[in-house]
Design a protein around this ligand. Sequence first.
Ligand SMILES: [Zn+2]
Length: 445
Amino acid sequence: MKKIFKVDAIVTCNPQQEVIEDAFIAIDGDEILDLGPYKKRPRASSFKVEERPGCVMTPGLYNLHTHLAMVLLRGIAEDLNLQTWLFDYIFPAEKKWVDREFVKIGTELAVCESLLNGVVSVADMYFYQEEVGKILDKAGMLGVLGVSYFDHGAMDSKSLDQSLKHAVKLSNEYKKHDRIQVALAPHAPYTCSPETLRKTAQTAKDHKIPVMIHLSETEHEQKEIQAKYGKTPADYILEAGLAEAPYLLTAHSVWLSPSDIQKLNKKHVTAILNPQCNSKLSSGFAPITEMRDQGLRIALGTDGAASNNRLDILSEIQFLAKLYRLKTGDLEGFSGPDLFDCATIRAAEAIGWGDTRGSLEPGKKADFILFDFAKAHLTPLSDVYSHLIYTAQSTDVEDVYVNGQCLMKKRKIKVMNVDRVMNRARSFFHKMKSDLKMKPATRVA
Ligand SMILES: [Zn+2]
């Protein structure tokens, strides 16, 4: 179906970072035909026109590092250092409770939350990815299914070889899928041996499967890997061959040295920053100035909801804008358009979709969101990027489109029954709660 949207402004995220005011976008099915000032719109009667006064359109947002199903563990362990949080609370809870049902219920809930926040694409890193794939597919979203594992395998496999085989099989199933890809996701340098990473690299190379991994998240990891192997975590994964994958996403990338950044600086490698999670767990501040100076691509992720605690990429951009300014003293070097690009076009490039998605340009897929700017806190519309980076809230996102299909209209999700999903999540949590080791933020008198 051919359709024209009339909006107050379109943020294109094209190479010129153009913003078009009083704009139209014309789509035909899943593709963008044209966009520009409304007075230059196509006049053919075959176009159905949807007028959205007060709305601003941007490309849909990408969350390139998360563990979707962990929304079920949100809030169970607070105010702890990362090692205690992970090894004493999260890993034991996962060992006991994560099964196919956990992943299905958690992922559905996370998909609802993501859509409500204007997120169209997720790079998930977890277990039972065949279930995640079915849910993302049904919801019409975009995504990368990161098949996660450790040296011994994972919750959904008995050994490393079984995990790798599973990833290859799933990757073959999604080879021709338009919206979903599969990646190998070894957990981290401190939980994966050289042999595990070498086997990952070989599988990635043989079957052309991308790789995602946590990298240099904490100083503790940096010291541990240095003591154990005599090299930095980045050298450790690169020497195992992980950059031989079609693309590599390194989540966190906080404790990278200038030489690490230089070695990671390849067209198909992207540092996925998680500023809110890294602040909350006091992991550190990524060397963004050096990354940008050298040209290493940056995109954004929330990490799981147990450590963020939201799956809200707009707030991630906004937090990073302020944190960057505070930590570097550089008020001019990382502009609003460059920040917003990290969650749109740079993110699409990171997962190999830069030619077809991530910006609003003729010939690209119709993936976009509409913000309602007819609100007190967004009036008057002085500058679109200023409002997006410093003022808008994810609750201002009204509509979400992927491939020209409407997934959310006026904040009503069309592809999921949110009430039913929340009820299932509540029941599952109720079942877990009596047996869950918790460290709440609440002080009990
Ligand atoms: Zn993570």
